[in-house]
Design a protein around this ligand. Structure first.
Ligand SMILES: C[S@@+](CC[C@H](N)C(=O)[O-])C[C@H]1O[C@@H](n2cnc3c(N)ncnc32)[C@H](O)[C@@H]1O
Length: 277
């Protein structure tokens, strides 16, 4: 299945900049997860929806010069950026190709492991991408998935404008079949795809004043603000007023802002794979 433009956050410049910052922001959380996977030097690994870099450098270092990492990314601009990113890290064992995570066309069961971060929370048919991901890994190989859940994303003191903007964003996403609370059901998606030895943990952060990701709700709204108004999820005047109130709130050092909750799943492809209907 290939759906030309159903990546929730779009591809405009600010989203590109946000994803580049995300590489460093989330590297410690991802590296901790990859440590637990136990990736061995020489392994052949695939990363679906790698964006402008994602974790390609972390995977590349772990498989070493005798291993290989293949990043698959649908957006040609991100493919180019990811190639530059790995070149900057001098990691010739990492290759990036344009492709669709729903249907990669890659040989089945040909990788030792597959990784994916923050793709499922942006797409309408996550279960199909999970099946594709699992099908790429050899029996006994590993799976690592890292996804967000909006459960944890709050501010304190509460703000009515925050609640309205978040509700509009959730409704806009749901209208596109996108589940912003997918993190909590990651374990089910992979269990249904036949994965065994599933282990899940979750991490959450506080974003203090000045942190890159403190205004992430603002960033997400900005990515889709035209659509929010055009499709009637919020009126233009209300949007403008709520964004102003949100900016003031985020600028207040006495306001606490938390991240999304990030669920990290690892598991194994069984010797005989059985996929539940
Ligand atoms: C939020 S970004 C995450 C990027 C990277 N994995 C990271 O964690 O920094 C989601 C990425 O998935 C890509 N994507 C969305 N749908 C895709 C698909 N069907 N096939 C391949 N890539 C896809 C987007 O273009 C975007 O680069």
């Amino acid at each position: 299945m290939s759906e030309p433009d159903l990546y929730l956050l779009g591809r405009a410049g600010p989203e590109e900049e946000r994803l580049k910052r995300q590489i460093a922001n989330l590297a410690p959380d991802s590296d901790q997860q990859l440590e637990r996977v136990g990736i061995r030097p020489g392994e052949r690994v695939v990363d679906l929806g790698c964006g402008p870099g994602g974790v390609l450098h972390l995977l590349g270092k772990r498989v070493g010069p005798n291993g290989s990492v293949l990043g698959i990314e649908r957006d040609p601009n991100f493919v180019e950026l990811a190639r530059r990113f790995v070149a900057g890290h001098a990691l010739p064992q990492v290759d990036v190709r344009e492709g669709d995570a729903y249907a990669t066309g890659l040989p089945r069961r040909s990788f030792d492991g597959a990784h994916m971060r923050l793709v499922l929370v942006n797409v309408p048919r996550p279960e199909l991408i999970v099946l594709e991901m699992v099908s790429l890994v050899r029996p006994g190989g590993w799976i690592a998935s890292f996804e967000a859940d909006f459960l944890g994303h709050i501010c304190d003191p509460p703000l009515a404008a925050w609640d309205r903007l978040l509700a509009a964003y959730v409704a806009y996403s749901a209208a596109r079949g996108i589940d912003l609370n997918i993190g909590r059901r990651l374990h089910r998606l992979f269990r249904n795809a036949g994965i065994e030895a599933i282990s899940v943990d979750a991490v959450e952060h506080v974003y203090p004043p000045g942190h890159d990701r403190r205004p992430i709700l603002r960033d997400f709204i900005d990515n889709v603000r035209g659509g929010l108004v055009a499709e009637g999820f919020i009126g233009q005047a209300e949007l403008d007023a709520d964004l102003e109130a949100l900016d003031q709130h985020l600028a207040d050092p006495n306001v606490l802002v938390t991240s999304h909750m990030f669920f990290r799943l690892t598991g194994r492809v069984p010797e005989a794979l059985v996929i539940k209907a």
